[in-house]
Design a protein around this ligand. Structure first.
Ligand SMILES: C[S@@+](CC[C@H](N)C(=O)[O-])C[C@H]1O[C@@H](n2cnc3c(N)ncnc32)[C@H](O)[C@@H]1O
Length: 341
């Protein structure tokens, strides 16, 4: 199934493409956003995706728009490294997996399709890191439990981890269906959603360091967007949305909010002493219309947030010796271990 872009009209409204401007689409995917941005104005788009399998879509957009479009295969956390130092007029991110990734058995993202337990968005690329199979094979019961609890918000994380550890002592867990069956045994299959839903989400987030990527991308966007430029982020679950919300609220000078998922020392962040680097025009974010929800079930949990860059400098980050971003930091495996109950 081809990927249907979510909140497309709302993304264009927030980004407001204009002639001669340059944007970064950090999650190129099937090129849905990029194509509409390039159609909306005589502008340029630099598309990024860590997945090498998007190449056919890249070729199509290049065929249609020529030099107005360039593509770089990289993580969106490096979006400030793809312009040779030039600033851009906007950055758009549409976080998560694409329909193409979910639909390919061999990628191992879906518990509905039998395939190797992989889940790496960068596929077999060197540097793609450990797969979900490696995680399920090597991580301790405690680490698995914490990953399922924090990244999957799975209430019965302990039980899932127990069943996995017991099963892997009998035989290696190498396929999506093998893991889905273990989870169905652990949780029963009475509910509305497949019992493996949350654990699969958790493993995907862990394997791809999705929250860490998001945090680093927001900080990179702050550095590379011109005054007056737009940052537009569409996310699909509460962990991501909480990070985007915290970032934009803090950077716009509003009272910061905490996160119950971050370690206790997060609460000790000092007062906000930096000039706002973003202006917020809509505090609560934008969700899909009923019409879109009826047409595209993937839109159900989507939320768009955006900010307009001010002319204040980017806030110092931890690399600069400051600690402004503790609240934005994605929980690491070490944090998860500390939280172990
Ligand atoms: C939801 S899809 C984007 C769909 C796109 N907006 C469209 O209209 O076709 C997300 C894409 O972002 C990519 N992606 C996810 N995390 C990434 C990261 N950290 N760096 C680069 N690409 C990433 C995925 O590989 C996937 O292709």
């Amino acid at each position: 199934m081809s990927h249907v872009p979510v909140l497309m009209g709302e993304v264009l409204h927030a980004l407001s493409p204009a002639d001669n401007e340059t944007y970064i689409d950090g999650t190129f995917g099937a090129g849905g956003y990029t194509t509409q941005i390039l159609k909306a104005a005589d502008c340029r788009v630099i598309g990024l995706d860590r997945d090498p399998n998007v190449e056919a879509h890249v070729a199509k957009v290049q065929g249609e728009f020529g030099k107005r479009f360039t593509f770089v295969q990289t993580e969106f956390s490096k979006l400030d490294q793809v312009t040779g130092g030039a600033l851009v007029d906007g950055v758009v991110l549409d976080i998560g997996v694409s329909s193409m990734q979910l639909d390919q058995d061999v990628r191992g993202f879906s518990f509905m399709r039998d395939g190797p337990l992989d889940m790496r968005m960068a596929g077999e690329d060197p540097g793609a890191g450990p797969s979900a199979m490696d995680a399920v094979k090597h991580l301790s019961r405690n680490d698995l439990q914490q990953i399922f609890k924090v990244y999957g918000e799975e209430r019965r994380a302990r039980r899932c981890a127990d069943f996995i550890v017991r099963a892997r002592e009998e035989a290696p867990i190498e396929t999506t269906i093998a893991l889905a069956n273990i989870l169905a045994n652990a949780l029963g299959s009475g509910g509305k959603r497949h019992p493996a839903t949350k654990v699969f989400q958790a493993l995907r987030i862990f394997v791809n360091d999705e929250l860490g990527e998001l945090v680093r991308a927001l900080l990179a966007a702050e550095k590379i967007i011109k005054p007056g430029g737009r940052l537009v982020v569409v996310s699909f679950h509460s962990l991501e949305d909480r990070i985007v919300k915290a970032f934009l609220r803090r950077r716009s000078g509003e009272v910061r909010g905490g996160s119950r998922h971050l370690p206790p020392h997060s609460a000790s962040v000092g007062a906000n002493e930096n000039a706002p680097s973003f202006k917020l025009t809509k505090r609560s974010g934008v969700t899909s219309t009923q019409e879109e929800l009826d047409a595209n079930p993937r839109a159900r949990s989507a939320r768009l947030r955006f900010g307009v860059r001010t002319d204040a400098p980017a806030w110092p980050t931890r690399e600069d010796g400051e600690d402004n971003d503790v609240l934005l930091r994605a929980p690491s495996l070490d944090d998860l271990r500390k939280l172990a109950s």
